[in-house]
Design a binder for this molecule. Structure first.
Ligand SMILES: C[S@@+](CC[C@H](N)C(=O)[O-])C[C@H]1O[C@@H](n2cnc3c(N)ncnc32)[C@H](O)[C@@H]1O
Ligand SMILES: [Zn+2]
Length: 555
């Protein structure tokens, strides 16, 4: 039965006289009756004439067996992390506002409707409270691709200090479901979440700089929504953006990636970080067309998708240095060594910080390590993809409210890893790959890290891969360390033209020291990677299509 029809039966007493559930729902559910603690997402009920529901966090939505409205419980990680970012955003906004108040600056007055909303604060004795309240504008959120409205409802119920949440979808059935779900979640949801049937692109274009937070969570690629989204975010506001088309972004279909995102991906262990950096570069490329630019907050690869959180600002002069934050990647086809070259360069004699086109390639025709050719990928975002302060504050707020997140284990592990990543070391090498190229036994991660540190460079892990090593050491130093390693550890046979043979035919210029340097990742106790909670934790079929049968159904 289509969802809209099921709901109309449920809520219309004439269609469903025996239960009169519409009235029951309206009266018995309120925000105060929501559970205080979030629960693991899952369907419940559905027996005895009652509709099945799904609870996630403090929200509860009606289940839809017919798949006419999209819902994927695996995205609880995505929604929980977004709530954590929103909480940090609001606490920062409040801090900024408090600083403004202390300085006595009340320059930014609230829009009229907010002053009216605050009309309950009256009387001269409360003048101070009024002026404080009045100049703080609760952040307004747009969930541009809302489906069931679960995310928008969760934002409204779980994020203290949040303002209006507009839930847009272009699917009528979805918007009917959003309405029912808002109503089902009581007065707070009803007063904050506003459903709206529209094409998200048109809606965002017609609401320029209106939202403090714009959330894009599309099927597959967000590319078609980016140009309107970057125009819709208020200055200093956040764009939260997911992409689930990982086969495209990670190099499976390079030409499709170029047509959607304007960048060539490269295959390799670092492909998921490259995917994040391609998405960031794409958002920046749309922003600069409108004299705007991005500042990444955090950028994460989770489960089967990526999600970035970026602030957007307007500045015609900053836009002129955008090419300094973007780079091409030259990757060796033999040994996978990679080198980044910024698209632009600064003319040191010109004080205006304007980027000029960069000089010819920084790599030779053939790889200096193994003699193979390079392939050129990108452009990618080469500036930091996380902000250290944001990452630390998001992590500590997640830890302080551990009970508020059903995906606590996952999102705290990711944020622990993110907060430790070297900020200025785009992409990474994999120790397994280095050893596979040379056909040698692996040093432990701690041993390799010590050699990098002993050579005077920094090293960290990456949240995208437990075997990743991010370092500011050049590839020549990394290979010299491996050359020194194989001098004391046997290598297996390789044919003469093998990249590893060419690499080991050169003597190391650096004498690596493998003596242990304390403080590496191996000694740290909190988990960085956690397994999926259950089977089939992955993407789901689009709404309106029949879900593929899982192998277990065929048994
Ligand atoms: C992946 S679902 C969103 C899931 C939701 N954000 C959540 O957390 O559960 C994508 C939604 O985007 C909607 N959609 C697709 N194209 C759209 C467009 N141009 N404008 C508005 N909504 C659109 C679809 O109807 C679908 O409901
Ligand atoms: Zn090479």
């Amino acid at each position: 039965m289509p969802l809209a029809f099921r709901f109309s039966r449920i809520l219309n007493p004439r269609l469903n006289p025996s239960t009169n559930l519409g009235l029951a729902l309206a009266s018995s559910f309120s925000s105060s009756s929501r559970p205080e603690q979030p629960e693991l997402p899952g369907a419940r009920g559905g027996g005895g004439g009652f509709p099945a529901t799904i609870r996630e966090g403090r929200a509860e939505i009606f289940a839809d067996d017919s798949n006419s409205v999209f819902y994927n419980k695996a995205q609880v990680n995505n929604r929980d992390l977004s709530i954590a970012v929103l909480r940090s955003f609001i606490s920062r906004r409040r801090e900024e506002h408090d600083i403004q108040l202390r300085r006595g600056s009340h320059a930014e007055l609230p829009p009229k409707h907010h002053a009216e909303e605050l009309g309950h604060i009256r009387g001269s004795s409360e003048d101070k409270a009024l002026s404080e309240e009045i100049s703080y504008r609760a952040p307004k959120v747009l969930e541009a691709l809302a489906a069931s409205g679960l995310r928008a409802i969760r934002y409204a119920l779980e994020v203290d200090g949040i303002g209006e949440v507009i839930a847009v979808d272009n699917n009528e059935v979805a918007i009917e479901a959003v309405k029912k779900n808002i109503h089902h979640n009581g007065s707070v949801a009803s007063s904050k979440v506003v459903p709206h049937l529209a094409d998200a692109r048109v809606y965002m274009l017609t609401h320029p700089k209106e939202f403090d937070v714009v959330d894009l969570d599309p099927y597959g690629s967000p590319a078609a929504f980016l140009d309107s989204a970057v125009q819709c975010v208020a200055d200093g506001g956040i764009l939260m953006c997911s992409a689930t088309d990982m086969a495209v972004l990670a190099g499976g279909n390079a030409e499709v990636c170029f047509s959607k995102y304007g960048s060539y991906p490269l295959k390799g262990k670092h492909c998921h970080e490259m995917a994040l950096r391609i998405l960031l570069a794409c958002i920046e490329s749309h922003a600069i067309r409108h004299k705007r630019y991005i500042v990444p907050i955090i950028s994460v690869h989770m489960d089967f998708y990526i999600r970035v959180f970026v602030q957007i600002f307007t500045s015609a002069s900053t836009v002129k240095s955008s090419p300094l934050k973007l780079a091409h990647v030259y990757q060796c086809t033999g040994c996978s060594s990679f080198h980044l070259q910024n698209i632009g360069r600064i003319n040191s004699k010109d004080k205006r910080n304007i980027a000029l086109p960069n000089f010819s390639p920084l790599v030779p025709q053939e790889c200096a390590e193994c003699g193979h050719n390079f392939v050129m990928g990108g452009p990618i975002w080469s500036d930091p993809m996380h902000d250290k302060e944001w990452a630390a504050s998001i992590l500590s707020s997640i830890q302080a409210m551990s009970c508020a997140y059903s995906a606590y284990a996952k999102i705290s592990a990711i944020m622990t890893s993110v907060s430790e990543e070297l900020p200025k070391a785009p992409l990474f090498v994999s120790l397994h790959n280095l050893c596979a190229t040379l056909k040698c036994t692996n040093p432990t991660i701690a041993t390799f890290q010590s050699a990098i540190r002993n050579a005077g460079y920094q090293i960290s892990g990456s949240h995208v891969d437990p075997l990743a090593l991010k370092t500011d050491a050049p590839m020549s130093v990394i290979w010299d360390i491996m050359r020194c390693w194989v001098k004391i550890h046997a290598v297996k046979y390789r044919p003469g033209n093998h990249p590893g043979t060419r690499i080991l035919s050169q003597e190391p210029k650096l004498q690596a020291k493998f003596s242990h340097v304390p403080g590496g990742l191996a000694v740290q106790k909190s988990p960085r990677f956690v397994p999926n909670p259950e089977k089939y934790w992955g993407p789901k079929t689009k709404a309106g299509r029949q879900p593929k049968r899982l192998p277990v159904d065929n048994l």
